[in-house]
Design a protein around this ligand. Sequence first.
Ligand SMILES: [Zn+2]
Length: 153
Amino acid sequence: MGLFSRRREAAAPAWQPPVPPHCSCVRHLDDELLASVVPFAAGLEMDDEPPATVADLLGPGGLSVRPADVRDQPPGEPAIYTWNLGVYDDARVHYDDDMALDLDAAIAAQHGVDEVDWADREVFLVAAPTLCADGVLAAAALALLDDRVRSPS
Ligand SMILES: [Zn+2]
């Protein structure tokens, strides 16, 4: 009987990236956020470079996100990560290591983000099953707008 009922149990549905309005994001890439200027980290600014806004950072060379797949999950651990967040060269000049707040912690502090694994220099695995892609980018932008990611403690 027990075996029979177990067999009839439906498999848990695979996670699907939520889309608005079916996400829990408190912030998306609204006009105000897109127009926000992200300061350069000390020593990483370019002399002749104009100030960068969040909008400037979006794209394959800066901030980009895609749903994490099974190959992204750290081996031997529960597959909890839902998003693969790339923080590439264009964004690298806006934060630095060993500052008051590490960038992974700044991302993890955003609403709807459960956990962050700094998987590679430029790749963050983000467990945020209720955020949509736009909301994950907004979370990354808000993390980069936190001055502690470029201020020595
Ligand atoms: Zn959303």
